[in-house]
Design a protein around this ligand. Structure first.
Ligand code: GLP
Length: 273
């Protein structure tokens, strides 16, 4: 059971907590469908953001319903609670493509502006990402890692799961303690993310800046969110086979406070104990 404080919001009736074979320290929460996953993830993120974060945020299709649920939940709040959230907001996104800035539609900066910063009215600088337009991406990656450490490290790290087992843009093979860095994206990842680039993998940037597995594993809590049957097998390999560089997400097994939040389809290959 994660040692989180304050305790997480109570489970809604459509979520069940299940024991994960071979990983007794982790918490597995299964919702019947994506909506239940999104509402739960949004509630956990908001709780951490209200506590002052810093919260680690992720991009990708899995996170779109999560951020939609977050916007819906905040829309129900009183004005004063909203203002308090906005004034305390401190987040660091995992990654960004090299060569893309907020004005580029495929950038994660643009994705986060559309999903959260603009609709919530966040002040510039609250929602931080690596600068994909930095003159020297290696220097920028190091600066970003230092910025996270200077902020006190990540309190709650939200993660999606790449189809090849990447987290952030930590591509396989990846050691357990890889630092924030600039790296080459694999053909599999450029293919996976082509939808945001006119369905053309060749149009996906070749390099990205990502927080490393070192910063991710240093987070006080990790929230891994996975939906859909297409990721069921890579999720099983990530959680229930020995940790190894070929599946970067498998290093999450070594985190002392891991919460895995999935829909029934993504959970379908997992062994429960
Ligand atoms: C992307 C991002 C990850 C994301 C993952 C899954 O490449 N860098 O942070 O979690 O791949 O993406 P999706 O949710 O679209 O399947």
């Amino acid at each position: 059971m994660p040692r989180s404080w304050p305790p997480p919001p109570a489970l809604s009736p459509d979520l069940s907590q299940q024991p994960l074979a071979g990983l007794p320290g982790a918490t597995l929460e299964v919702a019947a469908a994506v909506d239940g996953v999104a509402e739960r993830a949004a509630g956990l993120l908001l709780q951490a953001l209200e506590a002052g974060g810093p919260v680690g945020l992720a991009t990708g299709r899995t996170m779109q319903p999560v951020y939609a649920a977050l916007r819906r939940q905040v829309a129900q709040w009183s004005e004063s609670r909203c203002q308090r959230l906005l004034s305390r907001w401190c987040s660091f996104n995992l990654d960004e493509y090299v060569g893309l800035g907020a004005a580029d539609r495929g950038s994660f900066a643009a994705e986060m502006a559309a999903a959260l910063a603009v609709p919530l009215g966040l002040a510039p600088g609250c929602l931080q990402l690596p600068d994909g337009l930095a003159a020297d991406p290696d220097v920028e990656a190091r600066r970003y890692g230092v910025a996270v450490a200077t902020a006190g490290g990540i309190a709650l790290q939200l993660l999606g799961l790449g189809s090849n087992g990447h987290v952030g843009f930590n591509e396989p093979p990846c050691p357990r303690q890889a630092p924030s860095r600039c790296l080459e994206l694999s053909p599999a990842t450029r293919h996976q993310n082509a939808a945001a680039f006119g369905a053309d993998p060749a149009a996906v940037p070749e390099r990205a800046i990502t927080l490393g597995t070192a910063e991710i594993l240093a987070a006080r809590e990790v929230l891994l969110v996975v939906t859909g049957g297409a990721k069921a097998e890579i999720l099983r390999r990530s959680l229930q086979e020995s940790p190894e560089p070929g599946v970067p997400a498998s290093w999450l097994q070594t985190h002392p406070c891991l919460r895995v939040l999935v829909d029934a389809d993504a959970a379908s290959a997992l062994r429960l104990s």
